[in-house]
Design a protein around this ligand. Structure first.
Ligand SMILES: Cc1cc2nc3c(=O)[nH]c(=O)nc-3n(C[C@H](O)[C@H](O)[C@H](O)COP(=O)(O)OP(=O)(O)OC[C@H]3O[C@@H](n4cnc5c(N)ncnc54)[C@H](O)[C@@H]3O)c2cc1C
Length: 373
C-alpha cells in the first residue's frame, strides 16, 4: 500500500493518537482526514508527562527537540508523606538509559505542536465534527457527524478517546468507560507566584501521599503543573464540570491538602486555573477491530490518568500503525507475526491485521520504525 493507492483514511479524534497517526501516514503519502468533536482551542487541558517511549515517537515526528526546550525534562520522581518526610526516590526518564528524557508539559503545548506540524504537512483536520454513526460495508466506511454532515473512506481509525463512539459502534454491548468515583483536578501555577521553590521541585515529578494524593512538577517554561483527586459518588456532567466554581474547588483542595508540605498549599492558592475531569476505567476489550475499523489510544486501551503512560502509549500506537502501513502493505498480521521481515504483498493492509499485529508487538521490544528527527 502506498499513497498512490489513493487510500482514504478517516480518523475520529484529534487528541494525541489521531494527529500523530495522520503525520506518520503523511510521511508515507497516505491521505488521512482527522475529525475532531471540539473546536480548536489553544490552551485546552491540564498537564502531562510524556515518558521516554512517547518522546521517542515525538522524536520520530521531529517534535521532541522543540517540546523539550519549551517544557521541563524530569529525571527523577520523589515520594513524600504529607509532612514532607521522604518515602523514596526513583530515577525516571534518564536520557542515558532510554535515549530520550521524560518531559512534563501542558496538553496545550503538545496539541499545538502536533497541530502546527499537521498544518505544515498539509494534513486535514476538521473541527466540530462529532462522529455519531458508522456504517461499514465490504468496500468502505461511512461516518455521520452531529452537524448532519458525513464522510466516507476506505477505513476508519477510532482515536476518539476513553469514551469512544467508534468503540460503541464496534462493540455495541461491549465494555464501555465506567466512572470510578473520582474527579481528577489539576492546574498550573506561575513560578513567579511561588516562594522558596527549588530546582529539585521543578526538575522532577513529586508525589505526596497522605489521606489522599497530590503531585507536582515543572511544566511549560515558567509554570508548575499539579494534579490531585477528589472523591465524588456521582460523575459530573460536562456542564457541571465546566461551571465548577474555582474558589470552591480551591477551598476543598486546601481543606485536604492545606496541611501538606510546601509548595503544595502555595500551588493551590496561586493556581492560575484548574482543570477537572471525571476519571473512568474500562475493562479489556475482546477486540480492537473489524475489517475496516481499528481502535487506538485510549479508545482501545485507556489506562488510569495517574499511570502517566496513556499519551505515550497512544503515540506508540500511532507510530506502529504507521509502520505497519508503510512496511506491510500485504497482510501485516501474517508478516509481523512470523519473522517480521516479509516484503510487501499485493493485498491492502486491513485494520484487522494491523490491530492484531499491534497486540503481538506490545509484548516485544520495539525499536523506532521511523527515523528519529
Ligand atoms: C488529567 C489527566 C492527566 C493525564 N496525565 C497523563 C500523563 O501525565 N502522561 C500520559 O502519558 N498520559 C496522561 N493522561 C492520559 C492521556 O491524556 C491519554 O491517555 C491520551 O490523551 C490518549 O490519547 P488519545 O488520542 O487516545 O485520546 P484523547 O487525547 O482523549 O483524544 C481523543 C479526542 O477525540 C475527540 N472525540 C471524542 N469523541 C469524539 C467523537 N465522537 N467524534 C470526534 N472526536 C471525538 C476528543 O475531543 C479528543 O480530542 C492523562 C489523562 C488525564 C485525564
Amino acid at each position: 500500500m502506498s499513497g498512490s493507492d489513493g487510500l482514504q483514511v478517516l480518523i475520529a479524534g484529534g487528541g494525541v493518537a489521531g494527529p500523530a497517526l495522520s503525520l506518520f501516514l503523511a510521511e508515507i503519502g497516505i491521505q488521512a482526514t482527522v475529525y475532531e468533536a471540539h473546536p480548536y482551542t489553544a490552551g485546552v487541558g491540564g498537564g502531562l508527562n510524556i515518558a521516554p517511549n512517547g518522546m521517542q515517537v515525538l522524536a520520530a515526528l521531529g517534535l521532541a527537540g522543540s517540546l523539550t526546550r519549551a517544557a521541563t525534562m524530569t529525571e527523577v520522581s520523589y515520594f513524600f508523606d504529607g509532612r514532607g518526610r521522604p518515602l523514596g526516590t526513583i530515577p525516571y526518564g534518564v536520557v542515558d538509559v532510554y535515549g530520550q528524557p521524560a518531559v512534563s508539559m501542558s496538553r496545550a503545548l503538545l496539541y499545538g505542536s502536533l497541530a502546527e506540524q499537521m498544518r505544515a504537512r498539509g494534513v486535514r483536520i476538521e473541527y466540530e465534527k462529532r462522529l455519531m454513526g458508522v456504517e461499514e460495508t465490504p468496500d468502505g466506511v461511512m461516518v455521520r457527524f452531529a452537524d448532519g454532515t458525513g464522510a466516507s473512506g476506505d477505513c476508519l481509525v477510532g482515536a476518539d478517546g476513553a469514551r469512544s463512539a467508534v468503540r460503541r459502534h464496534l462493540l455495541p454491548g461491549g465494555p464501555d468507560a465506567e466512572y470510578i468515583g473520582m474527579v481528577g483536578i489539576g492546574g498550573f501555577t506561575p513560578l513567579d507566584a511561588l516562594s522558596g521553590i527549588t530546582a529539585k521541585d521543578i526538575d522532577a515529578l513529586t508525589y505526596t501521599f497522605g489521606t489522599n494524593f497530590f503531585g507536582y512538577g515543572g511544566a511549560d517554561a515558567g509554570t508548575m503543573m499539579w494534579w490531585s483527586n477528589l472523591w465524588r459518588e456521582r460523575e459530573f456532567t460536562t456542564e457541571e464540570l465546566a461551571s465548577l466554581d474555582e474558589a470552591a474547588v480551591k477551598r476543598e483542595l486546601l481543606e485536604q491538602y492545606g496541611g501538606f508540605h510546601e509548595p503544595i498549599p502555595q500551588l493551590i492558592v496561586h493556581s492560575a486555573r484548574t482543570v477537572r475531569h471525571n476519571v473512568y476505567d474500562i475493562r479489556t476489550l475482546p477486540t480492537w477491530h473489524s475489517d475496516r475499523i481499528v481502535l487506538m489510544g485510549d479508545a482501545a486501551h485507556a489506562v488510569s490518568p495517574n499511570s502517566g503512560q496513556g499519551a505515550s502509549m497512544a503515540l506508540e500506537d500511532a507510530m506502529y500503525l504507521g509502520k505497519l502501513m508503510r512496511d506491510h502493505p500485504g497482510d501485516p498480521a501474517r508478516s509481523a507475526g512470523s519473522s517480521g521481515s516479509a516484503g510487501p504483498g499485493s493485498r491492502r493492509s486491513s485494520p484487522r491485521a494491523a490491530a492484531a499485529a499491534v497486540r503481538r508487538r506490545r509484548s516485544r521490544h520495539c525499536g523506532p520504525p521511523f527515523a528519529a528527527g
